[in-house]
Every structure is written in structure tokens, then in C-alpha cells.
Design a protein around this ligand. Structure first.
Ligand SMILES: Cc1cc2nc3c(=O)[nH]c(=O)nc-3n(C[C@H](O)[C@H](O)[C@H](O)COP(=O)(O)OP(=O)(O)OC[C@H]3O[C@@H](n4cnc5c(N)ncnc54)[C@H](O)[C@@H]3O)c2cc1C
Length: 437
């Protein structure tokens, strides 16, 4: 029966951040996740907060912290150290990011030709943050047969958009890259792996260069500049093409996978134990605390005991919450009370505008990240809740999901600290088995 100082359930940005903080402080920590994380779907940048008006992420996060019930109301103090630590870890892992909490939020183009604001981007995307010179144009280069990046469509939208301080002109080109004609299912991962091959890309650069018209251009390409050898591919792209930046498109997100892989590798190198692929199927309780979890390991259930548990299961999008008939929401691991607007208001709001009310659903916690019931009492003393599983935010419109994941993961690591050995006894235990979701 494996027994750990701490077990983290969930392998996204919040779970890995908590796991890393614990592993780096010397704790024996295991991370269990039933599957991949939101990072595999999103852009690979780090969104802390954006109100649309605030000049920096720090200012936008401070505004959110003043909203009652918002996670930042509890987490704001952890944000600076959490962001600094995340950027340090990523740089150490060979995936440097540019920007920070106080960096200005700049308008950047999306792959469909919209605009959004960003302040912290991986180096592969960060060149887009540089100010545009008066004679500098944006050239979007698409790839023939790759259907998730329509350079012409995006360029038309961007040319018509109100882009404050944007480029002098926007053009599009589509290039035929070697060897793609024989491939049926052209995902960004397939093209990124081709770019990892130095021989293949030697034949790709001249084809892209030929598509660049005369004049001064900054080049936007789909986010496919290598997976495992991204730093090498990016440096070569800049040498071969000049200023170039990646634009994330439809999932799977190559920049998000790089981010996840960098943190995962670091977690394992710090001594953390990672098990991806098995959901939690049962919970063993003892004296008002959790003693152990049961996972659906191959062949037979496996019991994993620990002194403390971090719930990082990602809310509705991650699988940490699910809807039940009758307009109820269930927390899928411990059965914790879910704080949610009433079912008749779930879908009020504008999904692509300020978001819908249902997004606020999650687990309400105290300043120690302990889950609370409706009366404000701690439900399980040795469980901490982090990331998008927390209630009270609308991460899509507030653009605060990554910042909340980092700050809460950081706080969980700080609160648990080193040497918290298993405290629960196994004398009076009850085990609850949950239906696999
Ligand atoms: C499509 C999409 C777009 C988004 N866009 C943005 C954006 O633009 N800006 C922004 O700030 N945020 C965005 N977010 C929010 C994003 O979720 C957060 O930014 C952050 O990455 C969430 O991290 P997390 O660790 O809390 O959860 P997740 O990354 O969702 O990770 C949850 C983990 O828990 C595991 N899990 C779930 N249930 C169980 C179980 N029962 N047993 C074991 N493991 C389990 C999952 O397999 C996964 O590993 C977006 C989310 C989605 C889904």
C-alpha cells in the first residue's frame, strides 16, 4: 500500500504547481490524474487576468480580488511569488516565457483573425508583443492541407479589425511543405514532429522564405515549430525567416503540451511520482478526514494513502464536477458540497461575451483552501482544493484560469509544507466507491 506525505488528484496547471512546490520542498508526493489537462486545449500562454481596461495583469487581478467570493480574494497575496516561480521553473526546463504580472497587456492576433490581450507568452509567441514599426506588416503563413489555420481568412479579419498600435498591413500566404501530401490527418502535432527533424526542416525553410513578399514583415505561423526540440527549431526559424511568432490554433495545442511536459518532467525530476490514466474510484475516510484513495489501476483497485490530499480536478471542463439529473452538480472525487448558481440561471449570460453563470460553480474554500459546506464549516480537514475546481470565477471572460491555478497551487504547497506525515488512522475507516465518470 503506497503511502505518501501528499497526494495530488489532477495533472493540470494547478495540480502540477502544487505537486512541484511539495516535491521541491522535499515532500513525498504522488500525482494521480485520469487524463490530460486543459493545457492540451488552450494557447500555452499564461493568463492571469484581463478586465479589458486594466493596463496590466496585476491591476486586473487586483480588481477581481475585490469581488466577494472570487478566488483572488483569497489568493492575491500568493500571485507574485507563484508567477515568478512558474516562470523560473519553465525557464529552467528550457521553455522560457516573456512578460510578467506588471508587463502591459498587449493586443495580439488570434488564429481566426480576432484580437485578445496577453502579457505572458512563451518565447515562441512573444515576438508578437514587440511594438509594430510604422512600415512593418504582418504576414500570416498557412500550410497547404492543414485545415485548422486559415491564413487568408485570419488576414482578412485582422485587416478589418480595430487593432490599436497594430501592423501597417496584413497579408497571407499558404505554403506547400514537403511530405504532407501523403498524410491524411494533419494535426498540429504531426507538423510539429516534422519540424523536430533537422533534415526535414532544412527543406521547409526555403519554401516558407519564398512566400515572403518584398518589404518589412513579421511572420505569424501556426504553433507547430517543434515539440521536443522547440527551442532549437525556434532559433533556426528566426535565423532563416527573421522575426517570427507562433499562433495557437485548434486543439491539440502544441504550446500547451510543451508547457505541460516541461512541468511534468520537472515534477518527476524533483522526485514526484506521476500516474496518468487512472481515475479515482473510491475514498477511504477516517475520523472526518481522508485516509486513502482507490484508483482503477490495471487489473485491480490500488489503494493510495497520504496525510493530505490536493483536489485539482479542473471543475466542469476538467471532469472535477459533473451535472446530475434535476439540476444538481456533483464533485466527482470526494463528493464535496458544490457552490453553484440555481439551475435556472446556469446558462444566463453570453457564452462568448461575459460568460455564463454556470462557470462560477465549484468548491468554496477558506483561506487555507479547505472545502466548506453551505454553513461555512470545513468539510474535510486534510483536503485542499485548487485551480478551476474553485468556485466564484468566470475564467473565460476574466481570463484568470491560469493565474488562479498557479496561485492556488503555490498556496497549497506553502500550506502543506514539508514533513506532513500521514495522520489519519485506519482503525475506523469507511470506503465510498464512486461511479467512474
Ligand atoms: C477549452 C478551455 C479553454 C480555456 N481557456 C482559458 C483561457 O483562455 N484563459 C484562462 O486563463 N483559462 C482558460 N481555461 C481555464 C483553464 O482550465 C485553466 O486556465 C487552467 O489551465 C486549469 O488548470 P487546472 O489544473 O485547474 O485543471 P485542468 O487543467 O482541467 O486539469 C484537471 C485534471 O484533473 C484530472 N481529473 C479530473 N477528474 C478526475 C478524477 N476523478 N480522478 C483523477 N483525475 C481527475 C484531469 O484528467 C486533469 O488532469 C480554459 C479551459 C478550457 C477547458
Amino acid at each position: 500500500m503506497p503511502s505518501h506525505d501528499a497526494v495530488v488528484v489532477g495533472g493540470g496547471l494547478s495540480g502540477l504547481t502544487a505537486g512541484l512546490a511539495l516535491a521541491e520542498s522535499g515532500a513525498d508526493v504522488a500525482l494521480l490524474a485520469k487524463g490530460m489537462a486543459a493545457s492540451h486545449w488552450v494557447h500555452g500562454g499564461i493568463d492571469i487576468a484581463d478586465s479589458g481596461q486594466a493596463s496590466s495583469s496585476a491591476a486586473a487581478a487586483a480588481a477581481l480580488a475585490s469581488l466577494p467570493g472570487h478566488p483572488y480574494a483569497v489568493l492575491a497575496d500568493d500571485l507574485p511569488a507563484a508567477v515568478a516561480e512558474a516562470l523560473r521553473r519553465l525557464a529552467d526546463a528550457g521553455l522560457p516565457y516573456r512578460g510578467g504580472l506588471d508587463a502591459p497587456l498587449e493586443w495580439i492576433p488570434t488564429a481566426i483573425g480576432g484580437l485578445r490581450r496577453a502579457a505572458i507568452l512563451p518565447d515562441g509567441q512573444a515576438t508578437v508583443l514587440d511594438p509594430w514599426e510604422a512600415d512593418e506588416g504582418l504576414l500570416l503563413v498557412g500550410v497547404e492541407r492543414y485545415r485548422d489555420f486559415w491564413a487568408g481568412y485570419a488576414a482578412r479579419n485582422l485587416a478589418a479589425a480595430e487593432w490599436p498600435g497594430g501592423p501597417a498591413r496584413v497579408h497571407a500566404a499558404v505554403v506547400e511543405l514537403p511530405g504532407l501530401a501523403r498524410l491524411r490527418n494533419l494535426t498540429p502535432l504531426v507538423i510539429a514532429r516534422l519540424f523536430d527533424d533537422p533534415v526535414w526542416r532544412r527543406s521547409a525553410w526555403p519554401l516558407i522564405r519564398q512566400a515572403v513578399p518584398a518589404g518589412r514583415w513579421r511572420i505569424g505561423v501556426p504553433a507547430v515549430l517543434g515539440l521536443d526540440r522547440h527551442a532549437e527549431v525556434l532559433a533556426e526559424a528566426v535565423r532563416e525567416l527573421g522575426p517570427v511568432f507562433e499562433m495557437p490554433s485548434l486543439p491539440p495545442s502544441v504550446p500547451g503540451i510543451r508547457l505541460h511536459d516541461a512541468l511534468r518532467r520537472r515534477f518527476e525530476a524533483s522526485g514526484g511520482r506521476l500516474e496518468i490514466g487512472f481515475g479515482v474510484t473510491g475514498v477511504e475516510r477516517s475520523a472526518g478526514a481522508v485516509a486513502a484513495l482507490e484508483t482503477a489501476a490495471a487489473g485491480r483497485p490500488r489503494r493510495v494513502a497520504a496525510g493530505v490530499f490536493v483536489l485539482a480536478t479542473g471543475g466542469l471542463a476538467g471532469g472535477g464536477l459533473r451535472g446530475l439529473p434535476g439540476g444538481k452538480l456533483e464533485e466527482t472525487v470526494f463528493g464535496l458540497p458544490v457552490s453553484s448558481p440555481s439551475a435556472d440561471r446556469w446558462f444566463s449570460g453570453e457564452p462568448l461575451g461575459d460568460g455564463v453563470e454556470l462557470e462560477r460553480a465549484g468548491i468554496r474554500v477558506n483561506a487555507d483552501l479547505r472545502p466548506l459546506d453551505t454553513a461555512g464549516r470545513v468539510v474535510l480537514d486534510n483536503v485542499l482544493v485548487v485551480g478551476s475546481e474553485l468556485s466564484g470565477m468566470r475564467y473565460l471572460s476574466e481570463r484568470c484560469g491560469d493565474g488562479v491555478a498557479l496561485a492556488s497551487g503555490h498556496r497549497a504547497g506553502r500550506l502543506i509544507g514539508v514533513g506532513q506525515r500521514a495522520t489519519a488512522t485506519t482503525t475506523t475507516t469507511t470506503t465510498t466507491r464512486r461511479t467512474a465518470s
